[in-house]
Design a protein. Structure first.
Length: 370
């Protein structure tokens, strides 16, 4: 029997780049599910690693549901807030703590009391906030902005990232002590193309979801369509599969999805230097490119190579910051710094934090990354 995970009230979820369903037909997926259910019973902090659209939040929700915790599950996208706002969102603030803070407000840690707090894109947290997050994990207390009084918090923390945090640690963008504190238990979600046993089961799930919305009955996949789905590289993972099935149901005829109904991009998952004219493996091909540059000895070589890499990656990802950061293995904040330096983003406006006029915990929301 196929195991399926979806979001609560998933038919009303807004469009985003996250995965909205997970199945566990592939052996790798079944092993991941078993591992997640084993760690759920503990209080250990869990770091969930995977590309955008592989289902990290769904796994986090399942861990919470299996944990027996009485409190809520709250999810926060760390890349959705400015550096000035993220601290107030996580830890709360007192009245008058900054311009516009008319009343005291609890942060996400307090709002998740006796439950689970899920920090998505944790690699995007500024270093100043990383220090305070580490202190919260060590002392199990938060101090609101503008206060000196610690508040005890009883929260299970789960974190997720689509970049390799060990590389961010080596580059000085992420604290090593926080990385080790977050990764007490680690779950690795493979890209969809690496768990082919899930592809057709997910396709059938989305056919059921969107057939109901479109008023269709008994839509089936043709043999050539099934073969095409299994052969495709799925660079956008589960979210891309959902979009492909939705579009196919709109244009298919006679209750049958054929190969030509699938909007599959011709370009497969990119492999760097795969088409390098000099041949050889990837590191050697890259070194030969650099050797030619060294012979030419251009002015400010490092800056020019870095600029070209950032621009090319940003263009390749259709100016999507989340995908570009994941491709380069850096955090979104680091990418934004490069983009601003090269004039690809407008400079940040010097503005006070937005006025907060409501009391109580922050509203649960998901901000789609740019």
């Amino acid at each position: 029997m196929t195991r399926l995970l979806t979001f609560p009230d998933s038919q009303h979820q807004v469009l985003s780049i996250r995965a909205k369903a997970l199945v566990f037909d592939d052996p790798a997926s079944r092993a991941l599910l078993a591992q997640a259910e084993r760690v759920a019973a503990s209080d250990a902090t869990v770091l969930i690693i995977g590309e955008t659209g592989t289902g990290k939040e769904l796994i986090a929700r399942h861990i919470h549901n299996c944990s027996g915790r009485r409190g809520p599950f709250l999810a926060v996208n760390c890349g959705a807030f400015t550096e000035q706002l993220v601290e107030a969102e996580l830890f709360g603030h007192e009245a008058g703590a900054y311009t516009g803070a008319a009343s005291a407000r609890a942060g996400w840690f307090e709002a998740a009391a006796d439950g689970t707090l899920f920090l998505d894109e944790v690699g995007d947290l500024p270093l100043s906030v990383q220090v305070k997050l580490l202190r919260v994990l060590q002392e199990r207390q938060v101090v609101r902005i503008g206060s000196r009084k610690p508040i005890d918090v009883r929260v299970r923390l789960l974190a997720a990232t689509n970049v390799r945090l060990e590389q961010a640690v080596a580059a000085g963008h992420f604290r090593a002590d926080l990385y080790y504190r977050l990764s007490v238990a680690t779950l690795q979600l493979s890209p969809l193309a690496q768990r082919p046993g899930d592809i057709l089961a997910l396709a059938q799930h989305f056919i059921g979801v969107y057939s109901k919305r479109l008023g269709l009955n008994d839509v089936r996949l043709a043999g050539d369509a099934r073969d095409a789905l299994l052969a495709y590289a799925w660079p956008g993972n589960i979210r891309e599969l959902e979009n492909v099935i939705h579009y196919a149901l709109i244009i298919c005829r006679d209750g049958r999805i054929a190969r030509e109904d699938l909007q599959l991009h011709a370009v497969a998952r990119p492999t760097p230097f795969a088409a390098a004219p000099t041949g050889g493996d990837e590191p050697e091909a890259l070194e030969r490119v650099f050797e030619r540059l060294f012979d030419e000895a251009p002015h400010e070589l490092h800056a020019r190579v870095e600029s070209a890499l950032i621009r090319a990656a940003y263009r390749h990802c259709h100016h999507n910051q989340v995908h570009t950061a994941a491709l380069l293995g850096i955090t979104r904040n680091v990418l934004r710094t490069h983009l601003k330096r090269q004039g690809l983003l407008p400079p940040a406006r010097a503005a006070a934090l937005p006025q907060i006029t409501h009391d109580g915990p922050p509203a649960h929301q998901h901000a789609a990354a740019a």
